[in-house]
Each structure stands twice: as C-alpha cells, then as structure tokens.
Design a protein around this ligand. Structure first.
Ligand SMILES: CC(C)(COP(=O)(O)OP(=O)(O)OC[C@H]1O[C@@H](n2cnc3c(N)ncnc32)[C@H](O)[C@@H]1OP(=O)(O)O)[C@@H](O)C(=O)NCCC(=O)NCCS
Length: 121
C-alpha cells in the first residue's frame, strides 16, 4: 500500500464467499441474482489512523476490486456487518458507496447493521 513503511503492514482487508443460508438471506433482501462476496474487514494500522482516511479508502477499493476479480469479473454485491458504534467504519463505507441494507440493526445481531454495495467490473 502507498503509505506502508518497509517491513510493516499499513492496512489489510479480508472477504469471503457467503455461507449458503446467508447468501439466500441477502438475495431475499436485495433481489440481486449475481455474484455475492462477504467483506469481513478492512483495517488500518493504529499509526496510520486519523489521517483523513485515504489509506482506508485505498484498502477498501482494493478489497472491492479483488472481490470482483474472484467472482470472475462479474457484477458483484459485496456485503458486510458493521458494529453500529463503529462510526469510522460507517464513514469509510459511506465514502466507498456502501448503503445500509436495513434501517435498524441486523435481525440476528442487534449491535450490527449490514452494509452493501454492488460493484461492476
Ligand atoms: C475502519 C477504519 C479502516 C477506517 O479508517 P479511517 O477512514 O482512516 O478512519 P479513522 O480510524 O482515521 O477514523 C475516522 C474518524 O472516525 C472517528 N474516530 C475514529 N476512531 C475514534 C475513536 N477511537 N474515538 C472517537 N472517534 C473516533 C473520528 O471522527 C475520526 O475522524 P478524525 O480523524 O477527524 O478524528 C479504521 O478505523 C480501522 O482500521 N478500524 C479498526 C478495524 C475495523 O473496525 N474495521 C471495520 C470492521 S468491518
């Protein structure tokens, strides 16, 4: 990543294929019938936080590009749960075009809300 110091990790991301029942839930909620990936996290090292978010945005952008690539360069819905107190993460998701899937918290996780975005190749 652009701001990484030699030998140090500045930012990381992880995403995965959804479990079958979670995929079904997302399809029911969105009506989307293309590829789905679940974003597990985007994280910036403590030393590089509170610097305006450009590194977080770069990591998130790379995560979305990688999700589309692993879906075979097809339009992909990327969805993940964010703790409702994690305002830094909500702000990053907003900047990257994510929208909340529901008004309130996730039905199964009262502390969390699901956020999603559809990314085209
Ligand atoms: C989510 C994340 C990648 C966003 O990175 P970022 O866009 O660089 O955002 P920052 O962490 O710099 O925080 C941005 C804003 O959130 C708020 N914020 C962040 N941490 C805060 C804290 N501990 N207390 C109060 N406000 C905080 C502030 O308003 C801050 O803006 P400021 O820099 O003007 O003060 C980063 O916060 C992170 O790595 N968090 C830990 C991992 C995580 O929670 N990932 C998401 C799980 S899905």
């Amino acid at each position: 990543m652009a701001l990484a110091e030699p030998g140090k990790i500045a930012a990381a991301f992880a995403h995965a294929l959804p479990e079958t029942d979670y995929e079904q839930h997302i399809r029911e909620m969105t009506g989307f019938d293309g590829a789905i990936r679940v974003f597990l996290t985007v994280a910036v090292s403590l030393a590089q936080r509170r610097c305006g978010g450009s590194l977080a945005d770069e990591a998130c952008e790379r995560m979305l590009e990688d999700a589309v690539r692993r879906s075979g360069a097809k339009s992909t819905l990327v969805v993940g749960r964010i703790n409702m107190e994690n305002k830094a993460s909500e702000m990053m998701s907003n900047r990257m075009g994510f929208e909340p899937l529901t008004e309130g918290p996730d039905r199964y996780n009262p502390d969390m809300r699901e956020w999603y975005v559809v990314v085209d190749p």
